[in-house]
Design a binder for this molecule. Structure first.
Ligand code: 5GP
Length: 170
């Protein structure tokens, strides 16, 4: 495994994303929806880079088994108890790969009538995307590689790495 994106580069990019969100959502009722488990580290840092009052909700979704290949399925494992109607929802994702998970989440959350629904993803692998979904705020674009760290796991491990590392696809 080698370092692909250092902790310093991540911190600098998260500060920029936080500043953009702060500018765009000034005066609005903002809810960050942290998609568990992968985005818990990113969402924690992003929330602290946003200079606005905001709510944070957690949504559990499982889209992969323990391997590195998408099962093509997503399901909610932990739902948000609080209604989203009338709130400006920013979905915080760790990575958009095929786009299946994100399109499923956008469909699920839009049925709850938020005032607006946008996406902030730390990582994107455009070469692997199968479903077209717009990412409003993006950290980094990646080549096709399986990455871990900064919240992302492989078989449940490596989420606590402070940087993004790259693994060989298994
Ligand atoms: P998609 O539905 O877009 O194919 O996959 C999205 C989910 O797959 C992410 O939220 C993440 O859980 C997982 N995933 C996709 N690519 C990677 C990767 O390179 N590393 C890790 N750890 N998870 C990934």
């Amino acid at each position: 495994m080698k370092t692909l994106i250092s902790a310093d580069r991540i911190a600098a990019r998260v500060a920029e994303l936080g500043a953009a969100v702060t500018r765009d959502y000034a005066g609005k009722e903002l809810v960050l929806v942290c998609v568990l488990k992968g985005s818990f580290v990113f969402a924690a840092d992003l929330a602290r880079a946003i200079g606005l009052p905001l709510r944070i909700e957690f949504l559990g979704v499982q889209s992969y088994g323990d391997g590195t290949v998408s099962s093509g399925e997503a399901r909610i494992t932990l739902d948000i108890a609080h209604p989203l109607a009338g709130w400006h929802v920013l979905l915080v994702e760790d990575i958009v790969d095929t786009g299946l998970t994100l399109s499923f989440l956008l469909e699920t959350l839009s049925s709850r009538h938020p005032a607006s629904l946008k996406v902030c993803s730390l990582l994107h692998k455009p070469a692997r995307q199968r479903i077209p979904v717009a990412i409003d705020y993006l950290g980094f674009t990646l080549q096709d590689a399986f990455v871990v760290g900064y919240g992302l796991d492989h078989a449940g491990l490596h989420r606590n790495l402070p940087h993004i590392g790259v693994m060989d696809r298994q």
